[in-house]
Design a protein. Structure first.
Length: 66
């Protein structure tokens, strides 16, 4: 397992526990909610990394033009 995935699982667990405490999540809808939270976190991280990579690529292109 990727270390980032382990961190995302822990974050998703913390979020789902809060939702359970608030009564927003029950045992019948736990799985769907947990998956949705995990994938929302993962997609957010991946999108942020993609933006960082695109920004780094643009910097390399402009620094090579002398």
């Amino acid at each position: 397992m990727n270390p980032d995935d382990e961190k995302l699982l822990k974050l998703a667990k913390e979020i789902i526990v809060k939702f359970i405490e608030l009564g927003r999540v029950s045992p019948t809808n736990f799985e769907a909610n947990f998956r949705a939270i995990f994938w929302a976190l993962k997609n957010t991280v991946l999108d942020a990394r993609a933006a960082d990579l695109e920004g780094a690529g643009a910097l390399e292109e402009t620094s090579g033009e002398e």
